[in-house]
Design a protein around this ligand. Structure first.
Ligand SMILES: N[C@@H](CCC(=O)N[C@@H](CS)C(=O)NCC(=O)O)C(=O)O
Length: 220
């Protein structure tokens, strides 16, 4: 398998696709392309991007091409077994799938206002009302997953899985921007940031030389 991703410092959707590949346990080759550089528009017209929407991550597996983080999770779960990605209990699995879908579709203010930057931390500032509303919703879903299905493990559904993969770049943003979260969330964020796959991603990001200025600014 070959995974095309953007800068590890900034590309949150790439991080999800890459974590999913690591979670699959399958070998894969990663190809990191610098987002939004002078070649970006030309590169995304090329064969390695077809037939995607010109965004990363994109997973190639023989003839199969999968161009969306959540679709990559689905594809890999089909390939290696759903239980590696989702809780086995159907009630917990229903919630995990819903939470992954909600992350994929929502939290727009939080995502747009606070770009991922796993290399930086900025002095905390009070969040805008829209970001505060996203954080309230985030705490609701995290609290429910932890309380109802967290069990003995530190992750949303006990063991590390697809829901944690989808929320991992939110955990890094909370730290980067010092966003206010409920106390119960702190050990969860810690567990995500200390997960070996997440640690590998962040370590590789430190080695990147590309800098995109607009992602290096604290929130206005
Ligand atoms: N829905 C896609 C979103 C992918 C996405 O927006 N990727 C960003 C990088 S994090 C990208 O490639 N942006 C390039 C562009 O918009 O030109 C997914 O979940 O994979």
């Amino acid at each position: 398998m070959r995974l095309l991703i953007g800068n590890k410092a900034y590309s949150s959707w790439s991080m999800r696709g890459w974590l999913a590949c690591r979670q699959s346990g399958l070998p894969f080759e990663e190809v990191v392309v610098p987002l939004y550089d002078a070649d970006w528009d030309r590169r995304r017209q090329g064969d390695e991007f077809a037939p995607s929407d010109g965004k990363v991550p994109i997973l190639w597996d023989g003839e199969a091409v999968v161009w969306d983080s959540l679709a990559i999770v689905d594809y890999l779960a089909d390939k290696v077994g759903q239980d590696r990605f989702w809780p086995t209990d159907p009630v917990a699995r229903a919630m995990a799938r819903s939470m992954a879908a909600e992350m994929h579709a929502s939290f727009a203010a939080l995502r747009r206002g606070h770009s991922m930057n796993v290399r930086r931390s900025f002095p905390p500032r009070p969040p805008s009302p829209a970001v505060a509303a996203d954080l309230t919703r985030l705490m609701e879903v995290w609290a429910q997953a932890r309380a109802r299905h967290g069990g003995a493990g530190p992750f949303l559904f006990g063991d590390f899985g697809a829901a944690d993969i989808m929320y991992a770049p939110v955990a890094t943003r909370i730290v980067t921007y010092g966003l206010p979260v409920a106390r119960f969330a702190l050990p969860y964020i810690d567990a995500v940031l200390n997960h070996p796959f997440v640690q590998d991603w962040i370590a590789a990001a430190q080695e990147e030389e590309w800098v995109i200025e607009r992602f290096e600014q604290p929130v206005a």
